[in-house]
Design a protein around this ligand. Structure first.
Ligand SMILES: [Zn+2]
Ligand SMILES: [Zn+2]
Length: 221
């Protein structure tokens, strides 16, 4: 099974150019069985999404929900993830294994420390990865509060995965994932993971991620 781990939709991320429906269709055509929608959970964006926490999160979920509906039409399993920025940092983190309910329970997640977010994710059975740790101005964050790091595959993005390879040597316990960080149709299908099993939900993918039983997709399709 071929799974994209890092996708944005324009309904959820203002920096993304393609709508959920177009993105899902393109991933189906690129031969992916599943995609994880990881829109930006970022205090600045959330501010524009409403007055109350409930309104903000409902609006945040729109891109994912539209993608999930489109997935039924195009035969792509659409799963929920989050790319979060923690105040006041410039780094982004990917969370897999939480659900909508988790966000409603933790509306202030962006204002917690890395260790607090890591611990809340773990208490929920989720995993926490740093996205593109060497894309400037990002720098690697505390490895003891990460499950792993991302080999970001978005073209022309200054990801410096070669620096990540050097840095990772000191932290062999960290797992590696791959994602396209897709924001538009020309960024579809550069990364992800491949697994043997046929899974239906993000919890099953997280179980496989924890065991490390997957292959990284790191070459352009
Ligand atoms: Zn973005
Ligand atoms: Zn991203």
């Amino acid at each position: 099974m071929k799974i994209e781990m890092h996708v944005h939709t324009s309904e959820g991320s203002s920096c993304a150019k393609a709508e959920a429906q177009e993105i899902v269709k393109a991933y189906g055509e690129a031969g992916y069985d599943a995609i994880v929608i990881t829109n930006h959970f970022d205090p600045l964006l959330l501010q524009e999404f409403g007055e109350t926490d409930e309104q903000k999160i409902e609006r945040y979920l729109l891109g994912y929900r539209k993608a999930r509906e489109a997935g039924k039409r195009y035969g792509v399993k659409v799963m929920f993830g989050v790319e979060i920025r923690l105040e006041p940092g410039v780094e982004d983190f990917l969370i897999y294994g939480i659900d909508e309910e988790f966000l409603f329970q933790n509306p202030n997640l962006c204002f917690l420390s890395q260790s607090e977010v890591f611990n809340r994710c773990h208490a929920y059975g989720a995993v926490f990865y740093q996205a593109h740790p060497f894309r400037e101005p990002c720098v690697p964050q505390r490895p003891e509060y990460l499950d792993g790091v991302e080999y970001n595959q978005r073209p022309n993005s200054g990801n410096h995965n070669e620096k990540l390879d050097v840095w990772r040597k000191d932290y062999p316990e960290l797992r590696l994932i791959s994602g396209s960080d897709c924001h538009d149709l020309d960024q579809v299908g550069y990364g992800g993971i491949e697994i043997e099993e046929n899974v239906d939900n993000i919890k099953e993918i997280v179980a496989i991620m924890k065991k490390g039983n997957y292959r990284l997709i790191t070459t352009p399709v």
